[in-house]
Design a protein around this ligand. Sequence first.
Ligand code: CUK
Ligand code: CUA
Length: 864
Amino acid sequence: MQRLLKQSLVVTASLLALGTASLASSDLQTIMKERKLTEKDVLAAAKTYQPSGRKDEFVVFSSGGQSGQILVYGVPSMRIYKYIGVFTPEPWQGYGFDDDSKKVLRQGDIRGREINWGDTHHPNFTEKNGEYVGDYLFINDKANPRIAVVNLHDFETTQIVVNPIMKSEHGGSFVTPNTEYVIEASQYAAPLDHQYHPIEEYEAVFRGAVTLWKFDYAKGKIDEKASFSLEFPPYMQDLSDAGKGESFGWAFTNSFNSEMYTGGIEKGLPPFEAGMSRNDTDYMHVYNWQMLEKLAQDPKNYKIYHGHRVISIEAAVKAGALFLIPEPKSPHGVDVSPDGRYIVVGGKLDTHASVYDFRKIKQLIDKKEFIGADPYGIPILDMKKTLHGQVELGLGPLHHTYDAQDGIIYTSLYVDSQIVKWDYKNLKVLDRVNVHYNIGHLDSMEGKSAKPKGKYALALDKLSIDRFNPVGPLHPQNHQLIDIGGPKMELIYDLPIPLGEPHDVISIAADKLKPQVTYPMGTNSRTGKQHEAMTLAGQERVERKGNEVKIYGTLIRSHINPEHVTVNKGDKVTFYLTNLERAQDETHGFAVSGYNVHASVEPGKTVAVTFTADEEGVFPYYCTEFCSALHLEMMGYLYVKDPKKKYESVKELKLQKMSKEQLESEYKKVIATNKATDDVIQSVVKFLKDKNYAKYPKVKSLVEDALDQYGKIGEVKAKADESYKKGDVNGAILWEYQVWQYMVKTADVGLRAKNNLAKELATPMKPAAQKGEEAYLKGGCNGCHVIGQVSSGPDLTGVLSRHENAEKWVFDFIKNPASKYEEDYVKTMINYFNLRMPNQHMNDQEIKDIIEYLKWIDENAGLF
Ligand code: CUK
Ligand code: CUA
């Protein structure tokens, strides 16, 4: 009694303390003052904040630069959702640590060398009519010229292709309007024959190129055999873009060394940077991939390098498929307008952006009107005659993105650290906003597609300098979110990126992405097909052939089957594991001590991990995802024996064992626990059935999962009974515990289903009731009152029918509880709960709202 009383005082005191604290900190003005926030800050917060459970409108895929990965985040919340391993192993996804993902990573090996990193720059989606489809994503590797395919049905990398002729690239991956080709243009020129050549042969044998990778949509794969390249002069090609609309069939690639300067700082010559920026103009390469596609059919037009067709400059020129247009000094981004008519180029070393008009380009090409040819014979068009106009933007214009509004474009200024909004048709600057600092790419939502969505823009800043808490000399990168919905751009959010330099992002309306949430049973996620080693419940086995051991295992909450595997030292061991779960997010992991293998096995997936058991000993293996309350118990042992050795058995240690009576009493206890647990389950099942759960798909899938678990009980229970009959009480107890495990898992999911169903069924809350619930929570009322249950205070369901003139009674009681402490009813309650209702100092409006909330509770009685 004494103890209880003391406890109740503590509870009351802490509730009161909670009451005042939350009152103070829930006042917006106070918080703004305390946190030194301006109204503009609060507005920015309101524009980006997503309440728990709310989803984002856009999903952004960002290259991870030198991390070789992709990261995925949401707009406007700027919450990071995922890193996708692409050119780099990513252990939490098992990428590079299980057999099938290793195969994907090893596709990226170059001339026999293992490459385990990449420098990712430009992600791009599959397109239809120039609009994003978003079922596959392509990304390039600048350092080791490669393109990867990420399947957006499960956000996994499924293919890497190595460029057969280039030594570095940059103008990838750009997708033609119906995903016919993925474009990859070289960066640093090099000999295509992969042989040694001195720099003196630069003009003669060093070459750039563009590769047109054929995408096979049906297979979701790049078809290397159907792909081909076009040879370019050694002008150091850069960014590229595919034409669309009126420029469909054409593509555009920038360059920055039309001087063909070859450096030599070590010989006392001016460095590359000096000689490469000498000319006032460089060249935009204009080429027609539809014509090139035809040229690639006839061997007289191409040369084979490393099994790959490379169309010669000569053949392309002859066919009228390749032209050059001068463009301002050392340009960087080239971006085709949504309708395909204009091509905007930013010259890094020029303060202007140049707007080319494709109609004019096409006219000159049709009339064969050229101002000459370059040393390789490529016709050059007159820059002035192809320009729509130029606009002075500021220092270091790099990249561009288009707005939903026709004629509006945004350009990043690297040196000025700004975004400029301008009108590329009327050639007028409209607005500018500062970013922090040194911006590279930028993106308005779907801003490089034929149908930009506008709304928000992302600034990908190269430096963050002083923006964040310091974390050492290597600073995080900074992505900034800008509201471009109004006439003035407004910076509203900073997202530090802890992962390489993200060169470019691509954004898509979230509802276009429809990834699956579980796999069809037995899926090999890297091929999309059924895994040859899919193993279902009851099929678990170990097969040996010579020194190869194959374990066909299964994973389910919370055991790995098998739990013991013995092999010989030197055996080649493969664990095939199928996750039998059907429920969303029930991933299991698999790791073996010391053998450098790891798998992430999502529901329905089958994975394989192979290693040579070259070390004798006992090696635990276990699940690496906290998948249930019994996750730590999800383990097993691998025993590696040396077949050449004789093992003497160790004398068994005699330990005290349980008596027969003790065993009997434990058996009774577990039987009683199981009965009680089953009662709870049955009451939940009754609730679900009574309320027709099957009508609600989300609830239905949860119930199915729960019943899956429950369905396993019969077999285990039979084993328990059999053991008991045979007099093996210890065995019976263990099997009964296993029954309980399944019950706990059933109840866990079942209760989740019940809560979900209750939410579906409850009548919508009126605004007053919503405010009432807020006041109720703010006041800490839920500390003592649990709706639908007697807790440390009475259940409030039905409180409005417990008293005469109840609304007034409840109002008065909340307003001044002490005034009723002497009433018989309240006295009984105080005695029963050993607790007095405290005065929470609610104002009249709050109390009225709480009464509305109580009415809503009564309307929904029985659901909670
Ligand atoms: S790039 Cu890095 S800022 Cu590779 Cu498109 Cu321009
Ligand atoms: Cu499965 Cu932890």
